[in-house]
Design a protein. Structure first.
Length: 210
């Protein structure tokens, strides 16, 4: 990829590792090329949301948690966040690791502790046929409150925050903040409840919007 010199200079001024630099510039490029999810959305895409609202997470060492099943990162991270009674927070975004000596990037979920340090809940230390080298991985995303996680889980059938086609990608609607996100979730909850209200005079088993 051909990055602008100004972008490289800006990223390096933030003392980013090579992996963090590569991930951030890649997400910025994907965000720039993304088709907007909605005409009035504040963010164009999940990548745009992570670049503008997210941050990098540094792995904490040693890691006391045992990774869950592979390919179930959303479930693994949600479970740890809910079972930890506030010790860990659920995080979601993009992560970069190595596979057979080559970098790859994917949407990913993990947790962070009270100091904001990353706790990997899925990828093992010995992963993808090689050592899990902290200087060769990068995580960029947003930490969500347990309240937001629980509300989001009741509003859709999948364990994701970033990609929510079921509700029209609510994270992309407004400039992100925990308060504005909570208000959006309350709005969605009220909308879905309204659709299920049984009004007087409705036929048996018929649902009428309030």
């Amino acid at each position: 990829m051909n990055w602008k010199r100004s972008e490289l200079k800006h990223a390096r001024s933030k003392n980013l590792s090579e992996s963090q630099l590569w991930l951030k510039l890649l997400l910025r490029e994907l965000a720039r090329k993304a088709t907007p999810k909605g005409d009035l959305h504040y963010y164009r895409s999940p990548e745009d949301f992570v670049v503008r609202a997210g941050r990098f997470f540094e792995p904490r060492v040693p890691r006391e948690t045992t990774p869950g099943p592979m390919c179930q990162c959303y479930l693994n991270a949600s479970r740890l966040a809910l079972q930890s009674m506030g010790e860990f927070r659920y995080c979601e975004g993009y992560a970069m690791s190595q596979y057979q000596g080559r970098p790859f990037v994917c949407q990913h979920a993990w947790c962070c502790d009270g100091e904001g340090r990353l706790v990997e809940t899925t990828w093992p230390l010995q992963s993808f046929g090689g050592d899990y080298a902290f200087d060769k991985v990068a995580y960029m995303g947003v930490a969500f409150s347990t309240e937001a996680l629980l509300m989001s889980m009741t509003l859709k059938p999948v364990f994701t925050m970033l990609v929510d086609e079921y509700n029209g990608h609510p994270l992309l609607w407004h400039k992100y903040g925990e308060r504005s996100h909570r208000e959006t979730l309350f709005y969605l909850a009220g909308t879905q409840v309204g659709k299920r209200i049984m009004l007087p005079g409705a036929g048996k088993g018929e649902e009428v919007a309030a």
